[in-house]
Design a protein around this ligand. Structure first.
Ligand SMILES: *Cc1c(COP(=O)(O)O)cnc(C)c1O
Length: 874
């Protein structure tokens, strides 16, 4: 019978066990193994039933059992000790407080993301983007970085995946009950739930309440529209992640961005938390946060004009892009955005001007489209991609926003992703390491190379632990395969073979991730017979564990899963290759440490970073991957393998064939032989060397603490510094920057390089210098408004100057009528074909970079010859 109403009955804990509630509510338990183990010890069977969820566990334990536990001094003491440990963790100075010096450190940083993957218990993620956001918060907590997360609370998260008999993905959407989760409702002083509301078209209002999750020291605010005051459509805005119509998606993103800023203000008002000086927009979904901040400034006491407000908002904003796949970028019909923004107009500003902030008004863009990444880039002071290669690809991808500048100058830098060590290193691996090495050495990588005689981890212990992790994966895979087959309609009697699925001594290759086509789930099936031979090799067999969800609307992705599942159903190989449904954090935590080799074969360069291989590296597993994303910069020839790519090959099938064949060759010729090459004690010596090298060298680089420190030092601090100049009461600097930009934009049509003269010695050689004179027209601008610079560097056959350096030419003369002469000398420092170019760019110390306005006037470039006098102009 269907319940007519659902509510949660809270457990009342005995006084002596009160600390359990504190421990269960702060999500730090999910990366603090001693706390997790303690919960498990309270009732191991119940812990299993509730899939490791402390709040659910407390609901399962009966009053009688609680009374027993409360009478057990060791339990009571342990609960108190762990709560004291948590309290210390929350209060003690950490890296940000004591290890990091910067004048004017940000007091608060807001981190907006559409998804957060913190634990399987809080299913608010679909894949890498969410897990990354979760790892970012956890590491910020460990480092003491004052971040506050902002996201949405989806009633049924992403979806639960199962399979039909014929291997077709089935989706179900179990509802979550926020009252039964580690969440606290934000309340007004009088106890009523605090609310944000947004006006929507057609006189609708979207209300949301705000839940707070404690992620260690980091609060995470999650907006929830499922409240009775909302009309039925608004109530469903936060129903699920990435589902529904464009309007639905639009309303989610407005709630995240606009509602998110409102939620931050509520949170500050009710808790006294400081207002952020940095707004980190993690991918485009939260881009509307800028619109709400514009409104605050324009409707506030100072009534800023749009231009000034834009300068103020940009000053405190960082935008991170996560996809090099144009189809992966969030785009809306302009008309749709206009309709929504019309319902929340900025004072005195036609909506068109706000919509223009996200327009693809550049060459190659689609003027009918509103692009969330473009909005993000235009409204941010700094921007970054998530691996070095992805930074390069992003600069290329968005180059038309900065037309006239060199691709290398496009102001998008990169911070390579990382993963949260305590979440992703298997507890058994961590405990083994701690028996031999001090914790800081495990993290810094130093200890892994210490010989056993000097106290390092002995080979046989390390290898035995690796086997233990593999064995756990095998056991868990058998359970999952069995329950999947039962769901697919098999009877238990048919499933005897499942006890032989996988072998704890066979080379185990893992492949798990979302299933967009560019990740090529089925590349391994390119030659099914060859794969079958590798799986069933009598001497050196391999086994493969595969998992991944496809977005339900992605038909090709769903088809790839079906193809793979049907291959794994074949009795010839079903004991050596398995597809495990319902990939999530909990599965990942067993899967990645249990694999010997982690396979990644995306279509280069479409993988922005990828992080699963990093999680494996923390456990000593080796990567076998296309040189894409993070692996492109971290593969060093000895820490795993690079699958050669057929980058230039246009025909996708041919490219797949070439790359698949290279993959089989590597497994057959190198990976498997090395794994099975054992010494007298059964230890694969050379494999072990690669493992230790991975642990010592990759281990420290792939940590999210490294990533968060990079963000703090390279991006948060500069952004916060700019905010403290441009977004402070009075807003003088923002006003002056805005009016200066308006002037420069209006005059730029007049700006050009009239002519350039370069005087060179007869035969130029290294150490000589060229004297360069440029006459420049500036219209009504003054020489102080611009930089005239020489770009000098090696030229290729195409006459393009590569790796150039720039030298500023100072103004020396006024010629009249807005014309000025600039002169300086350029040292010749590179031998060989050499080129010079001269250009004018706007100059204002309040800008983050000369590229900021996207304006540049370039003199026609020309190769400098050894002639005494070269003249070139436009
Ligand atoms: C790490 C992780 C991902 C991301 O994996 P990629 O390698 O970045 O594709 C996705 N889902 C889960 C459950 C993960 O743990």
């Amino acid at each position: 019978m269907r319940a007519i109403r659902r509510f949660t009955v809270r457990t009342v804990l005995p006084e002596a066990l009160a600390p359990l509630d504190i421990l269960a509510r702060n999500l730090r338990w999910c990366w603090h193994a001693p706390t997790t183990r303690f919960f498990e010890s309270l009732d191991p069977a119940a812990w299993d039933r509730v899939h490791g969820d402390p709040i659910a566990l407390l609901g399962e334990i009966g009053t009688e059992r609680f009374a027993q536990l409360a009478a057990d001094a060791s339990v009571v003491d342990r609960a108190r000790e762990l709560a004291e440990d948590l309290d210390r963790y929350m209060k003690e100075p950490r890296w940000y407080q004591s290890g990091f010096a910067a004048p004017g450190k940000p007091k608060a940083i807001a981190y907006f993301s559409a998804e957060f993957g913190i634990t399987a218990v809080l299913p608010q993620y679909s894949g890498g983007l969410g897990i990354l956001a979760g790892d970012h918060l956890k590491s910020a907590s460990d480092l003491g970085v004052p971040i506050v997360g902002v996201g949405l609370l989806y009633e049924s998260g992403y979806f639960r995946q199962s399979l039909s008999r014929d291997g077709y993905q089935r989706e179900t959407y179990p509802l979550i009950d926020p009252n039964n989760m580690p969440l606290t409702l934000l309340r007004e002083w009088d106890g009523t739930p605090a609310r944000v509301s947004l006006p929507l078209p057609g006189e609708r209002t979207l209300n949301a309440q705000v839940w707070v999750a404690e992620v260690g020291r980091v609060p995470l605010l999650l907006l929830d529209s499922s409240i009775p005051d909302n009309d039925p459509v608004s109530r469903n805005v936060t129903d699920r992640l990435y589902g529904g119509s464009k309007e639905h998606r639009m309303e989610q993103e407005l709630l995240l961005g606009v509602g998110g800023v409102k939620a931050l203000r509520l949170y500050s008002r009710l808790t006294g938390a400081p207002a952020p000086s940095v707004y980190h927009c993690n991918e485009g979904h939260a881009g509307f946060l800028a619109v709400e901040r514009l409104r605050e400034l324009m409707e506030g006491e100072e009534h800023l004009d749009l231009g000034t407000a834009i300068e103020a908002v940009r000053s405190g904003t960082l935008f991170t892009t996560h996809t090099p796949v144009p189809a992966g970028i969030d785009r809306f019909d302009r008309g749709l955005v206009t309709r929504y923004l019309d319902a929340m107009p900025l004072p005195g500003v036609p909506t068109e001007e706000v919509v223009a902030l996200g327009n693809e008004s550049y060459e190659g863009g689609d003027p009918s489209v509103f692009n969330m990444a473009v909005l993000g880039l235009r409204m941010a002071r700094r921007a970054n991609g998530v691996a070095k290669l992805h930074g390069r690809v992003s600069r290329q991808m968005f180059a038309s926003l900065w037309a006239g500048f060199d691709v290398d100058e496009v102001p998008i830098t990169s911070v390579t992703n990382g993963v949260h060590g305590p979440t992703w290193r298997a507890p058994a691996f961590q405990e083994m390491a701690e028996r031999y090495l001090p914790a800081p050495e495990i993290e810094s990588g130093g200890g892994w190379l210490t010989p056993a005689e000097n106290g390092g981890v002995p080979d046989d212990v390390l290898w035995a632990t690796r086997r233990e992790l593999r064995e756990r994966l095998v056991a868990s895979a058998r359970r999952r395969v069995r329950s999947s087959w039962l769901e697919r309609g098999a009877s238990p009697a048919e499933l005897g073979w499942v006890d032989n699925v996988l072998d704890p001594d066979v080379l185990t290759i893992g492949f798990a991730r979302r299933v967009p086509t560019y990740k090529r789930l089925t590349l391994m099936l390119d030659d099914p017979e060859r794969l079958t031979r590798l799986l069933t090799d009598p001497e050196r067999p391999i086994q493969i564990v595969v998992a991944g969800k496809s977005h339900p609307d992605d038909e090709p992705g769903v088809g790839l899963i079906q193809r793979l599942v049907q291959f794994t159903d074949d009795p010839r190989v079903r004991e050596r290759i398995v597809f495990l449904p319902d990939y999530d954090i909990a599965m990942a935590q067993t899967l990645m440490p249990g694999c010997d080799v982690w396979l990644n074969n995306p279509l280069r360069p479409l993988e922005a970073s990828g992080t699963s291989g990093m999680k494996c590296a923390l456990n000593g597993a080796l990567n076998l991957s296309i040189l894409d994303g993070w692996w492109d910069e971290m593969y060093d020839g000895a820490n795993g393998w690079a699958i050669p790519t057929a980058d230039g090959v246009e025909d996708p099938q041919r490219r797949d064939r070439i790359e698949a064949s290279a993959l089989y060759d590597l497994i057959e010729g190198t990976v498997a032989p090395r794994f099975y090459d054992r010494d007298g004690r059964g230890i694969p010596r050379r494999w072990m060397e690669m493992m230790r090298h991975t642990l010592s060298d990759l281990g420290p680089k792939v940590q999210a603490t490294r990533m968060v420190r990079d963000y703090v030092e390279r991006l948060y601090v500069p952004v916060s510094d700019a905010h403290d100049v441009l977004d402070v009461p009075g807003h003088e600097a923002a006003r002056s920057l805005a009016s200066w930009k308006a002037k420069v934009r209006s005059q730029w049509g007049e700006v050009r390089v009239d002519y350039v003269e370069a005087h060179l010695p007869d035969v130029a050689q290294i150490g000589d210098s060229a004297e360069i004179t440029a006459q420049v027209s500036l219209g009504a601008l003054s020489p102080q408004d611009v930089t005239v610079e020489v770009l000098a560097g090696r030229v290729g056959a195409d006459d393009e100057i590569h790796d150039f350096s720039t030298t500023e030419l100072p103004p020396v003369d006024a010629v009249g009528e807005g014309r000025w002469v600039f002169r300086g000398s350029e040292a010749l420092e590179v031998a060989g074909p050499f080129g010079l170019a001269v250009r004018v760019v706007p100059r204002n110390p309040l800008m983050a970079a000369p590229t900021e306005l996207g304006l540049v006037a370039v003199a026609a470039p020309s190769t400098v010859t050894s002639e005494q006098h070269t003249s070139f102009g436009d």
